[in-house]
Design a protein around this ligand. Structure first.
Ligand code: ZN
Length: 83
């Protein structure tokens, strides 16, 4: 395992357990620039099909636990994804 940034082999691998369905907090600038249309686009492309899916398939909800491996370079501090 080598760091893609500095090619150092002094890399620490960490396993991070992430839970999706976590609400992200965005700054006010994000809402002004991206938020309003992004939510709109997301609502159309994600919520509507999700609702249709929920109606026809049923109310099976899953919280997805995603295990991610991340490597932290001890030399330059670069964090990069493995997989
Ligand atoms: Zn590095």
């Amino acid at each position: 395992m080598t760091c893609p940034k500095c090619n150092s082999e002094n890399v620490n691998i960490q396993v991070i357990n992430e839970q999706k369905l976590v609400t992200k907090h965005h700054g006010i600038l994000w809402w002004i620039c991206i938020g309003w249309w992004w939510i709109f686009v997301k609502w159309i492309f994600l919520t509507v099909p999700a609702l249709i899916f929920a109606i026809f398939v049923g109310k099976r909800k899953k919280i997805k636990n995603v295990t991610k491996k991340k490597a932290v370079c001890q030399n330059c501090g670069n964090v990069f994804n493995l997989n």
